[in-house]
Ligand binder design. Structure first.
Ligand SMILES: [Zn+2]
Ligand SMILES: [Zn+2]
Length: 110
């Protein structure tokens, strides 16, 4: 099961501040808190699973290396969840639960 939302991903790209470091980036892209490869064909494009970060392949143009650091495992997942929780006005636990619900319920609409 997948939940893809190209419009949402597009909305989280483009110029703006990296949600993790706050630096202004000419180009950003959405990072999935719960990785794309979390299950066969699973990709969850939903605000509670996404942060907008500077495009790592455009560094130094993007000013920030957050996306690269994330994928290298150098930024704790909890940082990402905290940023999402603040934006979505939920607690870290609530965001974790929402992700878990989707991840563990392959028969749901996702
Ligand atoms: Zn950044
Ligand atoms: Zn990513």
């Amino acid at each position: 099961m997948r939940h893809e939302d190209p419009d949402l991903l597009k909305a989280m790209a483009g110029p703006g501040e990296c949600e993790l470091c706050g630096r202004y980036c000419e180009r950003r892209e959405a990072h999935h808190a719960e990785a794309k490869g979390m299950g066969a064909g699973k990709q969850i494009d939903a605000p509670f699973n996404l942060v907008s970060v500077g495009r790592s392949d455009d560094y130094p143009l993007t000013k920030c290396r957050c996306h690269r650091l994330l994928h290298d495992g150098n930024l704790p997942r909890r940082c990402v969840i905290s940023v999402i929780a603040l934006r979505e006005k939920k607690s870290v636990e609530e965001i974790e639960q929402m992700i878990r619900d989707v991840r563990d319920a392959p028969k749901k609409m996702w």
